[in-house]
Design a protein around this ligand. Structure first.
Ligand code: PFF
Ligand code: NA
Length: 451
């Protein structure tokens, strides 16, 4: 093999990069977070603005971010150093990598807590807890979980351990295996649920909630959340997708890959939203229930279905798998850096990153019960880590990536890395990355700060 590789190896098949990137993108952000955010922000207008951000900013930024990784061929921190050197720019651009590795650690902390909820729902489903319960009892089960610090920490610990094991095994044995089988299965399960919700009378209410646009409901907060979430859901702005790009072959077409991943991610989020709101409206629940939404609605649907115990168990297993393949990408930038620069053994690096995120995660878990009085800038610890990363660190990282690619890097290099054949499509992409994305992010963040 003649092409230069990262020291961590290279994806074995053309499809594995698409799978790994999709594995990173599709996760709790789609099934858990997107529906409850749409619910909290009144539906249609939020969904529309989210879609706008995905296509006008998210997908173009994803192309820029992968390009950096594929050219830098190393962890985001080291890739950015190399590329800054190549562009004769200040080494401070390495800061994109540092900011990202830190954001990854922060996200992993609360992400693992929520993934822990999903693991515990596998258990609740499989043990038939919800059988014969009414909707109220089923949704009450979530409160029992969240108010119990011991349970929360146990499930969080289990999930973090799973993440460390896969990351420790490296990109071949670990990352590829995990995504190859589970992602397609998740799609099938979601389609099945979509079929079920189409049989409910509330299906059309769900559709109109998701797609009827009422801009009167759109607050500044909602716009910032939609922007932040478009980064979160596509795993952008923190180097996860850059790190994966470093393991990508030069032969592979970037643009089509990026569009595939972006569309799949969007599809999963929309289907999850339609399913969940159908159940919400069929059972008189609140669309604005917040983070509990998915956990209170889906078990109701499964309890009403023939074979619900088996299907429900399977579904939560797949949610865990989706969260798992995202979590490993959250850890990857920091781990890859420690291996490259500190010469650490991959297993040790994975363990250190995992333990650090675990400690922060315990704080997030306890902030849902015994530490609920602890506030950081008016937010619980859990919300603080969520908002700090989603609304600030990821958009900022994305903005810096755009500035670097479209203003600092050599144009000819960018042109040759981005193998878009159509000159006008290339120009459109470059324009989005050079102007629309940075200005859009800056305006939304600045407006929010000035409030
Ligand atoms: N994209 C993931 C999701 O939607 O669940 C979350 C995520 C993974 C965010 C990796 C950021 C990241 F780097
Ligand atoms: Na996602």
């Amino acid at each position: 093999m003649s092409e230069q590789q990262s020291i961590h190896g290279i994806w074995t098949k053309r499809w594995t990069f698409v799978l790994a990137a999709t594995g990173s993108a599709v996760g709790l952000g789609n099934i858990w977070k997107f529906p409850y955010m749409a619910g909290e922000n009144g539906g249609g207008a939020f969904v529309l603005i989210y879609l706008f951000f995905i296509f006008a900013i998210g997908i173009p930024v994803m192309l820029a971010e992968i390009l950096l990784g594929r050219r830098g061929r190393a962890s985001p921190i080291n890739s950015m150093h190399t590329l800054a050197n190549e562009a004769k720019a200040t080494p401070f651009w390495g800061g994109i990598g540092w900011l990202g590795a830190l954001a990854g650690l922060f996200i992993l902390s609360f992400y693992s807590v929520v993934a822990g909820w999903a693991v515990s729902y596998v258990y609740l489903m499989a043990s038939g807890t919800f059988e014969g319960q009414n909707a109220e009892m089923i949704s009450g089960e979530f409160g029992n979980l969240v108010s119990d610090p011991g349970k929360l920490v146990d499930w969080h610990t289990l999930f973090m351990a799973m993440t460390v094991v896969v990351v420790a095994n490296g990109i071949h044995k670990g990352l590829e295996m995990a995504v190859q089988w589970l992602m397609p299965l998740l799609f099938v399960m979601l389609l099945l649920l979509l079929g079920y919700s189409a049989t409910l009378d509330s299906f059309s209410d769900s559709l109109s909630f998701m797609f009827r646009v009422d801009f009167g409901k759109l607050t500044e907060e909602a716009i910032l959340s939609a922007l932040g979430h478009s980064f979160f859901t596509l795993s952008l702005g923190m180097g996860a997708i850059m790190a994966y790009g470093a393991y990508m072959s030069r032969q592979q077409n970037l643009a089509s890959t990026v569009v595939t991943v972006g569309l799949l991610d969007t599809l999963v989020a929309l289907v999850a939203g339609i399913v969940i709101f159908s159940i919400v409206f069929a059972n008189g629940l609140e669309p604005g229930a917040g983070p509990s939404l998915m956990f209170q609605t889906l078990p109701i649907a499964f309890s009403q279905m023939p074979g619900g115990v088996v299907l429900g168990t399977m579904f939560f297993v797949l949610v865990v798998a989706a969260a798992w393949s995202s979590a490993i990408s959250l850890a990857e930038p920091a781990v890859a850096w420690a291996v490259e620069t500190l010469g650490m053994n991959r297993g040790v690096a994975a363990l250190i990153v995992g333990v650090t995120a675990w400690v922060l995660g315990v704080a997030c878990a306890l902030s849902l019960n015994i530490w609920s009085d602890v506030k950081i800038f008016d937010n619980s610890i859990f919300d603080f880590f969520d908002k700090l990363t989603t609304n600030i660190m990821l958009p900022l990282g994305g903005l810096l990536i755009c500035v670097f690619v479209a203003w600092v890097m050599d144009r000819a290099i960018v042109r040759s890395e981005v193998d878009i054949d159509h000159p006008s499509i290339y120009k459109a992409w470059f324009f989005l990355v050079r102007f629309v994305a940075p200005v859009g992010v800056a305006v939304v963040m600045f407006n929010k700060l000035m409030e």
